[in-house]
Design a binder for this molecule. Structure first.
Ligand code: PGA
Length: 253
């Protein structure tokens, strides 16, 4: 199975021209790789124009969010069907930065349903704010996963991806980098939760790791954490660094 490497550009870069240049540079590397599927998630405003140059399967576009309804009077929101009309394949849902703005498990669940019912793949983010010695973080992550899959049938599992992102390991102000073992512990928990919900087919849902992934640690997470891909923030904005992440993933079969 190909590794799924997703770049989350967050609210960068400021200029459309810059977004185009970066995307084209990433695409150039990504198109050469056989074992990697690259998905770049720029801000919404750039998706329309980037979709004109993002043809093919190896390097596609994703969105960072979507609304719960296909259309309607929802000022400022973007629906999954609009994304679909641009051939966008993936949508990040429930990123911790959105949950910090007030997105609840309930809203995340509705967004997931609207995304997958539009035929797109939801990349659902889960993760704890901190690790307590009693292991309550594992319960929290288990509950996030269970809530995310409520109402989703076995048939729809092919449109689901889970990204584990420990919030304490994300971004410039990360407390510390997570280790591949930290990620492995949670991969096992997520797998267990999914197999309790869906039995054997639960094992087919791809897991990603995210949180301060860079060119130096990407390979370790992919090899040691039982994940099928990565969700990359800062490092995905630099085509050279992201290119190196993609290449190191491509070398692993
Ligand atoms: P980071 O962000 O790679 O900059 O830590 C990851 C994310 O928030 O998806």
């Amino acid at each position: 199975m190909k590794k799924l490497i997703v770049g989350n550009w967050k609210m960068y870069p400021i200029r459309a021209k810059d977004a185009h240049e970066r995307f084209l540079a990433i695409r150039k590397t990504a198109l050469k790789l056989r074992n990697v599927q690259t998905v770049v998630c720029p801000p919404f405003v750039y998706l329309g124009s980037l979709s004109k140059v993002a043809k093919g399967h190896r390097c596609t576009l994703g969105a960072q969010n979507a609304w719960t309804e296909p259309e309607g009077a929802y000022t400022g929101e973007v629906s999954p069907l609009m994304l679909k009309s641009l051939d966008i394949g993936h949508v990040i849902i429930g990123h911790s930065e959105r949950r910090a703005l007030g997105e609840t498990d309930e809203l995340v669940r509705k967004k997931i349903l609207s995304v997958i019912r539009a035929g797109l793949t939801a990349i659902v983010c889960v993760g704890e704010r901190e690790r307590d010695p009693d292991g309550n973080y594992l319960k929290l992550i288990g509950a996030q996963v269970t809530s995310a899959f409520q109402g989703i049938s076995k048939k729809e599992l092919g449109n689901m991806v889970i990204a584990y992102e420990p919030i304490w390991a994300i971004g410039k102000n990360a407390l510390r980098a997570a280790s591949p073992d930290d990620a492995l512990e949670v991969s096992i928990l997520i797998r267990k939760t999914l197999s309790e919900l869906y039995g054997q087919v639960g094992f087919g849902i791809p897991l990603l790791y995210g949180g301060s992934v860079d060119a130096l640690n990407a390979k370790d997470f992919l090899m040691k954490s039982q994940v099928q891909g990565l969700l990359v923030g800062r490092a995905s904005l630099d085509p050279e660094v992201f290119g190196a992440v993609l290449q190191s993933a491509d070398k692993l079969k």
